[in-house]
Design a protein around this ligand. Sequence first.
Ligand code: ZN
Length: 172
Amino acid sequence: MLLEIVKYPDPRLGEKCARVEAVTPELSELIGHMVETMYEKDGVGLAAPQIGEGIRLITVDDTGPKERKALRILVNPEIVESAGEKESEESCLSVPAFSTKIRRKETVTVKAQDEKGQDVCIRAEGLLAVILQHEIDHLDGVTIVDHAGRLKRALYDKKIAKWRKNREQAQA
Ligand code: ZN
């Protein structure tokens, strides 16, 4: 089932998400829908708040929707170690028609549970490290707009207000 993506400036994207206490059948079902939605929307990562669920859960596949070779389901992911710095140009399914350069850590070690509730530890670099930081940001209510400069953000807010107005006029 395809889920609807929550879009900026929806306040649900700004909230800190709650820990997942147990992997239940309902959660497994939600995970399946999230994976399907991530691939269908051409994403390499998706966080639960992006589909309106305020829980600490992300899906990631840095090989992308065509290859689908490295799917990871991470419950309660947490960055426990990081090193280096790199700049990455990022976009987000929840922030249409926007991208910005963000300073990230070059490598991260992430502890989490998998879809069966088993502890996992991932040491990531390159694209995977960036995706993990991006998705874990979502769990703390942070989007790429928050990382952008004030001017860039103001311009984007203006653009969104204009879209909204055009939509309202079209409906009137
Ligand atoms: Zn995102």
